[in-house]
Design a binder for this molecule. Structure first.
Ligand code: SAM
Ligand code: SF4
Length: 334
């Protein structure tokens, strides 16, 4: 019997890459304090991948065994034509999961079309349930629109809606229980995220506002029994369950619990840079490949397979040092 060929997208450390996150725009209608500066310079349109180029790259990845794609940004739902992109991606043979991370502001009008395109799970960012505070953290967001977006996602029949909350000491750490209860009342999951040092942050000293996942967990455990699970979504979240319902509580802890050994993902930035690690600069310019060899799937496939050779072992985040990664999360595609 001939040996089974090894899957094509495996890096030097034996990690299989099966998950692609695509940032389809660096633009956003919010300016969250941990993600962007107040006066962001966005990319000129010519430097951003067209929707057709994104489709082409996604198709190449799926042909190489990637079975999960998450669309993110920036705010993906501010990009014109986004539902057409979802419809196209939803038909890729072999793609098992097509999902989205959004700030929720435009979700009320897009949720039914996303569901119809095959999106079954969705992550929505929400750091505060207090309108004033929400506006401060997002600098320009309106809480009610996001709450309407969450309702619309549930009403559209999404099978899993997960809230993402970045917790900062002195800003929203006193809302951890409120956020858990908000999700519990709607049978939604929630992940608490430690702030990552991406881009220069003029708003606050990241080490000062650092609130670890262990602290968040202790706050929740003062009120609820948390049952550890071995569940995984193939990502960095460690999950617990509340003992009285389906809500899962995840912790994304790049500082306190390094998640790199199980890394199964790569990221495509809005300008077509394939980033091999969230916390390092190793990348390959796929825009150049698709523009130089239009329609040539072999050149693209070769570039992607070769890129696996430079996927680094892990990130080296250090809150006390100057950020070494100068791109913001909105550029990286969080
Ligand atoms: N605009 C969408 C949203 O906010 O959900 C998608 C893009 S956003 C960059 C994706 C996720 O990254 C959000 O949940 C956001 O809270 C998180 N994020 C942004 N900057 C971060 C940082 N410096 N550290 C940790 N998480 C961050
Ligand atoms: Fe926009 Fe999302 Fe960044 Fe907030 S976290 S500024 S919503 S991209």
């Amino acid at each position: 019997m001939s040996p089974t060929p090894s899957p094509p997208l495996v890096d030097r450390f034996g990690r299989r890459v099966s998950y692609l996150r695509i940032s389809i725009t660096d633009r956003c209608d919010f300016r969250c304090v941990y993600c962007m500066s107040e006066d962001m310079q966005f990319l000129p349109r010519s430097q951003v991948l067209t929707l057709e180029e994104i489709q082409q790259i996604a198709r190449a990845f799926v042909a190489l065994g990637v079975d999960k794609i998450r669309i993110t940004g920036g705010e993906p739902l501010v990009r014109r034509g986004v539902t057409g992109l979802f419809r196209g991606l939803g038909t890729l043979p072999g793609l098992e999961e097509l999902t989205l991370t959004t700030n929720g502001s435009q979700l009320a009008r897009h949720a039914p079309a996303l569901r119809a395109a095959g999106v079954r799970r969705i992550n929505i960012s929400l750091d505060s349930l207090r309108p004033e505070r929400f506006r401060h953290i997002t600098r320009q967001g309106e809480l009610q629109r996001v709450l309407d977006g969450i309702d619309a996602a549930l009403a559209a029949g999404m099978e899993r809606v997960k809230i993402n909350s970045v917790i900062l000491k002195g800003r929203n750490a006193d809302e951890i229980i409120d956020l858990v209860e908000f999700c519990r009342a709607r049978d939604m999951d929630i992940s608490f995220i430690e702030e990552m040092p991406l881009g220069v942050n003029a708003d606050h000293d990241r080490a000062e506002v650092f609130y670890s996942s262990d602290q968040v967990r202790a706050d929740i455990q003062a009120r609820y029994r948390l049952i550890p699970t071995t569940e995984s979504t193939g990502g960095p979240s460690r999950y617990f369950r509340l003992d009285d319902g389906p809500t899962r509580i995840g912790f994304i802890s790049p500082h306190s619990h390094n998640f790199c050994v199980d890394c199964n993902r790569v990221r495509l930035t809005a300008e077509g840079r394939l980033l091999l690690c969230l916390g390092q600069e190793h990348s390959v310019d796929l825009r150049q490949v698709v523009r130089e060899y239009p329609g040539d799937s072999r050149a693209l496939t070769r570039a992607i397979v070769e890129a696996m050779q430079i996927k680094p072992q892990g990130h080296t985040f250090d809150l006390s040092a100057k950020p070494v990664i100068l791109r913001h999360m909105s550029v990286t595609g969080g």
